[in-house]
Design a protein around this ligand. Structure first.
Ligand SMILES: Cc1ncc(COP(=O)(O)O)c(C=O)c1O
Length: 470
């Protein structure tokens, strides 16, 4: 009997699998050559002291995969052409170049990253109850494949919300549920980048958006922002852009709100150049000085693709956003969503539909607005206490972040690393710049997921580090 055919009954691996693997390995490596005869199942079973069925099943598997010739009765032979030597993957983890969004930070460092809401206030119990009820619905259809545009219940709830709260003009049929804004932007790029490749963006604008547009072959055309958002007077007259990407309610990151005159200028420009506008309305729910401002969409629904997200009002991990598409783009958008991931997960969609439809969403947003207002005040208070007239606060009327412009400081990586070593991680506005060098004195200060104590402690770290003479 061949000594290499052995099995270890103490191993957690089933004996059939062990035997199959040993023989397969021997055939692949050429140790058992084509035409060689294997022991009869009876002999091998006796030798290995296992039931004959174990051997028969291992042989059957090898037959099924073509390693053995199926000449039953006449013996068991190794088939032709089953030897194959290559460097098999080792069981060591491969070395992988880290893909990081750039916000990783050890837990003991206060992280002022922008855009994360207060995760401890996510309504877990209520969400769980609604999700449980969705899963226990008598119909099994929510476990089956669905439609790319998403559940009608959710599209209707979102439609009602954006029409009544954001002055969007739309019908549920225009809505496609997406995996957040991130996927919606990818879909928009796919739909709109054709012969036209130029994309006009605010400068600065979230780095992720720049990367997504570039990854779809778009060519970035930056238009600088000021405290009122995109400087529409600088829109390039000679360009035929594929689309113009704007955050009119709360420019990211500088924080301005686009006034009506600039909105009109933008819409006229889009009309003249035949370009679509993409309105990214990511956190306008948290406007502290009054109700949310109206959308750009409502002014010219045929020209604007409106994108919303639940990443800020609920939490980013649920990955639910939506796009409101003008009529000519609806089928294309649904098709693209289908081809990228079929559709969003269904029970979360049903849960969210009830969360909105039964009034919990508006209540939650109202509660969170008060919460973020207090945090915003804490940041502004701490900055003014520590830096006085040496700091200018920008874009603090809305959202989960603000920008602080410093009179006497710039923030190259070495300074930011020094501040992080002292206990607080801050992020420079320059990270989001398309043309560098204009915002080196500005920090983006996210307060959404920080306690009052952490805010006070973090700003104190910043002040101490920047203190003259240290
Ligand atoms: C400008 C902007 N839009 C949208 C988002 C939200 O992205 P998502 O909905 O994919 O979580 C972010 C995230 O920080 C953002 O900065």
């Amino acid at each position: 009997m061949e000594t290499w055919i052995s099995i270890d009954k103490k191993l957690p691996l089933p004996m059939i699998r062990q035997l199959y693997s040993r023989i397969r390995e021997a055939i692949l490596s050429g140790r058992l050559q084509s035409g060689s005869r294997l022991p009869s199942s009876r002999d091998l079973a006796k030798n290995l002291q296992v039931s004959r069925n174990v051997v028969l099943e291992a042989y059957d598997l090898l037959y099924a995969e073509g390693f053995l010739d199926a000449r039953r009765g006449a013996g068991t032979y190794v088939a032709e052409g089953a030897a194959f030597t290559c460097n098999r993957a080792s069981t060591e983890p491969p070395s992988v170049e880290e893909v990081t969004m750039g916000y990783d930070c050890p837990g003991d460092i206060i992280n002022f990253r922008a855009g994360t809401p207060n995760l401890s206030l996510f309504p877990k119990k209520l969400w769980l109850r609604l999700q449980r009820e969705a899963l226990l619905l008598p119909s099994e259809e929510m476990l089956a494949y669905g439609h790319p545009e998403g559940r009608r219940e959710l599209r209707e709830a979102i439609c009602e919300y954006v029409v009544t709260q954001r002055e969007v003009i739309c019908h549920p049929e225009q809505i496609v549920i997406t995996a957040g804004t991130t996927q919606a932007i990818g879909i928009a790029c796919h739909l709109l980048l054709g012969e036209r490749r130029d994309v006009i963006l605010e400068d600065p604008i979230t780095r992720d958006i720049q990367l997504i547009v570039k990854s779809h072959g778009g060519v970035l055309y930056p238009v600088a922002v000021d405290n009122e958002g995109m400087q529409t007077a600088h829109l390039p007259a000679a360009l035929s852009p594929a689309f113009i990407y704007v955050t009119p309610s709360h420019q990211f990151p500088i924080g301005g709100t686009l006034p009506i005159q600039r909105r009109i200028e933008l819409l006229n420009y889009a009309e003249r150049t035949g370009a679509y506008l993409i309105e990214d309305d990511y956190d306008s729910e948290f406007r502290f000085d009054g109700p949310p401002l109206s959308s750009l969409h409502g002014l010219h629904p045929e020209r604007v693709v409106y994108i919303g997200t639940f990443s800020k009002t609920l939490c980013p991990a649920i990955r639910i956003g939506y796009m409101v598409l003008p009529a000519p783009l609806i089928s294309l958008g649904r098709n693209r969503k289908w081809q990228s991931d079929l559709h969003n997960e269904v029970t979360s969609q049903l849960t969210l539909a009830r969360f909105i439809g039964e009034g919990y969403y508006l209540r939650h947003v109202g509660k969170m607005r008060k919460h973020y207002l207090q945090r915003r005040n804490d940041v502004v208070g701490a900055l003014s206490e520590k830096f006085g007239a040496g700091v200018e606060v920008l874009g603090s009327a809305t959202g989960l972040h603000l920008v602080a412009g410093f009179q006497d400081h710039h923030f190259p990586a070495s300074v930011l690393e020094g501040i992080a070593s002292a206990g607080a991680r801050f992020y420079p506005v320059e990270t989001h710049a398309i043309r560098f060098g204009r915002h080196t004195d500005k920090l983006l200060i996210g307060y959404g997921n920080l306690s009052r104590e952490a805010i006070a402690a973090g700003i104190a770290v910043l002040a101490e580090y920047l203190k003259p003479g240290t």
